[in-house]
Design a protein around this ligand. Structure first.
Ligand SMILES: [Zn+2]
Length: 216
């Protein structure tokens, strides 16, 4: 139905018959405004390891509504294109398994889905790699809205009982800001024997240092 294809970001309707907006409905104007993310330095982990991170977009006025629509709006539609695009940043030959850093159980219940999981499933499909939950999030505290110092401590994850020894795991998320979430997830995966890397839709600076910092 044509009205399902309005751009989920700006609301632009399709301009007639035909696939003008693509199967995700994102309009060309919204795509054209986005800027590619610069190269992201690896995150330093508390255990001394480093986590390579690739990002698709710079988090700004153009990409913010796309990320928010993925998070709070019709995620599945947008996740298709974003997942494919994020997958292009990664060589499938370097990935054995795709996973995600789970959102809080309260947010998952409120939204009806975990946007990071929806995205990870699309990335995995594009890379033709298995997608599996590997982490459990303990507690209901979200990163968003917490004080910066608090955020840098990172959410607490525990590993699901999986044999990940030597498995190259790609952790997918929507945005990396301080890197605390990804660093916390990566540290747990490393303790479980995995070799993690990360891929995200957008890279945001934390507004103070202008660069990413792993706090956990
Ligand atoms: Zn649009």
């Amino acid at each position: 139905m044509w009205f399902d294809l309005d751009c989920p970001v700006c609301g632009a309707p399709p301009c007639g018959p035909g696939p003008h907006l693509g199967d995700d409905g994102l309009c060309p104007a919204c795509v054209a405004r986005c800027r590619p993310a610069p190269e992201v330095p690896p995150l330093r982990l508390a255990d001394g390891g480093r986590l390579p991170v690739v990002a698709l977009l710079e988090y700004d006025d153009a990409s913010r509504p796309i990320v928010l629509a993925l998070k709070n709006g019709n995620a599945r539609r947008l996740a298709r294109r974003l997942g494919r695009s994020v997958a292009l940043l990664t060589d499938a030959r370097d990935v054995d398994l795709v996973t995600w850093a789970p959102t809080t159980p309260a947010r998952r219940r409120a939204r009806g889905y975990d946007h990071a999981e929806v995205l990870a499933r699309r990335v995995g499909a594009a890379l033709d790699r298995p997608v599996r939950a590997t982490l459990r999030r303990r507690g209901d505290r979200a990163q968003q809205g917490r004080h910066r110092a608090d955020r840098q401590a990172g959410p607490v994850f525990s590993p699901l009982a999986l044999d990940l020894a030597g498995t190259r795991v790609l952790v997918v998320d929507d945005v990396v800001t301080t890197g605390a979430t990804l660093a916390a997830a990566a540290s747990v995966l490393r303790r479980a024997g995995a070799v993690p890397a990360a891929a995200v839709v957008a890279r945001a600076t934390d507004g103070t240092s202008g660069s990413l910092k792993a706090g956990a």
